[in-house]
Design a protein. Structure first.
Length: 371
């Protein structure tokens, strides 16, 4: 099971590390290895959240997620995205941006760092909306019941998540954004940039998340209708029409996953510059890490881990909320990537431990009932 799920990740790791040696020797090998570990540690909560969505999709779309999705994640977010950011912020053509990335790495790093406030605002707002929608939803299973129960009652207020997110964005633009951190340790006023980027992040979440939720609901309706048609067919002997909404629903859920992954990758891409400003090594290290995150997502789905350890999804969403706040704070202050990674790991480990305790309590209760 492990080899089947992680086989491609192992193969990509071997190829990537060999390519690093040929590109820059053993020093490049070490840099790529460190970047791989950095990406996995920063994105473990991403894998848990992805698994909660991916388990609703069939085997075909899971394969799409591992193939086309990986291409988007590795080449799109870890290689093309920083170049696009540089092209937009420096107002130069994409070819010039690539040339800058390959031949003037210091200037390339400076331009990406200077674009960080807009990146952090966009990704922070997108992730914040995911967190808020989760904690305001009334769920049968509650992890921190003392907190989640009153929040679920507040969640009955329409558009509460969007209102809170906008308030956070306005406060951020009036505080952190007025002294945004830039390359060289200087601080400049980026309030307007942060405000616009944050609104775009909010709009992106509403469009992609709204469409995926709409088609998911339509799929559930179609599946219910199909079940009723099957029962009717058994009585009459007629054929049952196929469900045609599955493709649309899966597509928009896939699109939602890709935007979610993009938001998670922002801190990894920016954090990678603390280790190297070589775009080739960054693409290799972060790309290998992204491959493991995807394989881990599929592994969690196939093993039914989220069903066995019911608080894992809660822990991952709390980690998302923490990451959203950290992204907004990094508009003004530098935060070490180790801290960012540890926050997510601690929250997920805590939720996993809570799930184990819950399972033991249920086992004891079952044994007592049988006795």
């Amino acid at each position: 099971m492990v080899l089947k799920t992680f086989g491609w990740s192992f193969a990509i790791t071997a190829l990537g590390l060999v390519a690093a040696v040929f590109y820059g020797g053993w020093q490049a090998f070490g840099v790529v290895a460190i970047l791989t570990v950095l990406e996995i540690s920063l994105s473990f909560d991403n894998a848990v959240v992805n698994a909660g969505i991916l388990k609703k999709m069939n085997a075909f779309w899971q394969k799409i997620f591992l193939t086309v999705g990986v291409l988007i994640a590795v080449f799109g977010m870890r290689l093309v995205f920083p170049v696009v950011i540089v092209a937009i912020s420096a107002k130069i053509g994409p070819i010039d941006a690539v040339d800058l990335a390959m031949n003037d790495k210091d200037m390339y790093e400076q331009l990406v760092t200077d674009a960080h406030p807009s990146i952090a605002a966009f990704g922070g707002m997108f992730l914040l909306m995911i967190f808020l929608d989760f904690i305001f939803e009334d769920r049968d299973i509650k992890w921190l019941a003392w907190l989640e129960r009153p929040l679920a009652k507040l969640g009955k207020v329409d558009m509460l998540s969007a209102c809170i997110a906008l308030i956070v964005l306005v406060v951020t633009s009036m505080t952190f954004a007025t002294q945004a951190h830039q390359h060289g340790g200087v601080h400049v006023d980026k309030a307007q940039t942060v405000l616009i980027s944050g609104i775009l992040g909010l709009i992106t979440y509403m469009i992609v998340g709204g469409l995926s939720g709409y088609f998911e609901n339509k799929l559930e309706e179609e599946e219910e209708a199909e079940h009723e048609a099957e029962e009717e067919a058994k009585r009459t002997g007629s054929s049952v029409p196929a469900v045609v909404m599955a493709g649309k629903a899966a597509f928009f859920m896939f699109l939602y996953l890709e935007v979610l992954d993009a938001s998670f990758s922002f801190d990894g891409v920016i954090g990678a510059f603390a280790i190297t400003n070589d775009i080739v090594l960054m693409a290799l290290g972060l790309g290998i890490g992204a491959m493991y995150v995807r394989s881990l997502t599929v592994y969690l789905v196939r093993q039914g881990t989220l069903d066995d350890y019911v608080y894992l999804e809660h822990g991952a969403h709390y980690a998302i909320g923490a990451l959203a706040v950290l992204l907004l704070v990094t508009i003004q202050y530098e935060i070490n990537e180790v801290i960012t990674g540890l926050v997510g790991v601690v929250l997920i480990a805590w939720s996993f431990w809570s799930s184990l305790r819950r399972n033991k309590r249920l086992e004891l209760a079952g044994a007592t009932a049988e006795a």
